[in-house]
Design a protein around this ligand. Structure first.
Ligand code: NPG
Length: 378
């Protein structure tokens, strides 16, 4: 990926918070979401506008980031650095470097970079997908299924998604909701459905023998069984379990990806731009994985149409050979904030066409769901 884009000058950055209720509560091993408080970033140049979506959650449960903290670090640390750079004239490829002195806060950095990139790509009349190196327009769509109140409820939910045509099912697991749900889903729907599980760090190094009980069910992968800072623990588990181990939370950068691969901690990686500080770093992770023969897939973080379209641009890169969490908008939202939400077509989703992320905001609905907005200028 080369930076062949004309730079832009940022005239204003708007931080807008919206509140969107989920169609159904989404339960993982780290908590239950009923609605999302989402921070959107709008970058304005003299001629164009770009959008970015911050994936931090309402509470610091998936990682240490949370939406209030992301907004705070943007206002007080990140945006002032952008404005101080070269009279706010820059390329999106400069953003990570400008923000590097601030430690972590990758979701906040990713949202700012995404908005700058979207504005710059629109000004250059280039699509995000082609800039990132995407080669596919139709992307197989996987769905993530939260922990249910009962096995019967889980069976009904999974059956509904299979009827809709989803190409792959991911079950959230935690201690006590692990082997049995997988056994019943396999027994009910057969061996042929692509199935995987996600523990979101809920197990320990001692759980290798328990997780090995998943081996007979021929899962595509077990995602992030152990805490994010226990990379060596994942390498130990990988020796005890036949099912491939995939890392999500542990992979915060391309450096972390190389480290985990070299330590034998995973044979598959989930890439989320928000978790790694932006789409440009996400492409670098794609590349280091590709060079090392490690397939990747695109994760999701309950994004609106803005983040969903950007994720699809990423998921079209050639080493995204495993079906990702790129479900239709209606999986999570009754109504999206974009005019043309991502829809499921025969188990696939289509990359929107146009410059930048190629989405258009439904301005009146956006206003309806907005809870606050502030504008910062250089
Ligand atoms: O399809 O957008 C989606 C959701 C996929 O399960 C999903 N995401 O741990 O990967 C995860 C989980 C998540 C959601 C994590 C929200 C953090 C926040």
């Amino acid at each position: 990926m080369i930076d062949n884009l004309e730079p832009i000058t940022i005239r204003a950055i708007e931080l807008r918070r919206i509140s969107l209720p989920l169609v159904t509560p989404f339960r993982t091993s780290f908590g239950t979401d009923n609605s999302r408080d989402i921070l959107l970033v709008r970058v304005e140049t003299d001629s164009h506008v770009g959008w970015g979506e911050c994936v931090s959650g309402n509470d610091p449960l998936y990682s240490s980031e949370y939406v209030e903290g992301s907004q705070h670090v943007m206002v007080h640390h990140l945006i002032p650095r952008l404005f101080a750079f070269n009279s706010a004239r820059m390329s999106a490829h400069d953003v990570a470097h400008i923000l590097e002195p601030v430690k972590d806060h990758r979701m906040a950095k990713a949202a700012l970079e995404a908005a700058v990139l979207d504005a710059q790509l629109r000004a250059n009349n280039v699509s995000l997908a082609s800039h990132l190196g995407s080669v596919n327009e139709l992307i197989p769509s996987g769905v993530s299924v939260g922990i249910a109140n009962s096995i019967d409820e889980l069976v009904t939910t999974v059956g509904g998604y299979l009827d809709e045509g989803y190409a792959r099912i991911k079950l959230k697991i935690e201690p006590g909701w692990d082997i049995e749900p997988v056994r019943v889903i396999r027994q009910t729907f057969g061996d042929h459905i692509p199935l995987q599980v996600d523990a979101n760090t809920a197990f320990t190094r001692h759980d290798g023998p328990l997780l090995a009980q998943l081996d007979p069910f021929n899962l595509l992968l077990i995602e992030q069984p152990l805490p994010e800072d226990d990379v060596t623990g994942h390498a130990l588990i990988a020796k005890q379990v036949g099912t491939p181990i995939c890392l999500d939370e542990s992979i915060v950068s391309s450096l972390a990806a190389v480290d985990a691969i070299e330590r034998g901690a995973c044979s598959i990686i989930n890439i989320k731009a928000g978790r790694v500080g932006g789409y440009l770093e996400a492409v670098r992770i794609h590349d280091v994985c590709r060079e090392r023969g490690i397939p990747v897939w695109c994760g999701g973080m309950l994004e609106t149409g803005i983040g969903r379209a950007m994720n699809l641009a990423l998921a079209g890169l050639p080493n995204f050979t495993i079906t990702g969490d790129v479900s239709a908008s209606e999986r999570f939202w009754k109504k999206d904030i974009v005019t043309d939400p991502i829809r499921l077509e025969n188990g696939q989703v289509r990359l929107p066409k146009g410059s930048g992320a190629a989405v258009h905001i439904d301005q009146s609905f956006l206003n309806d769901v907005s809870t606050s907005a502030i504008t910062l200028r250089p």
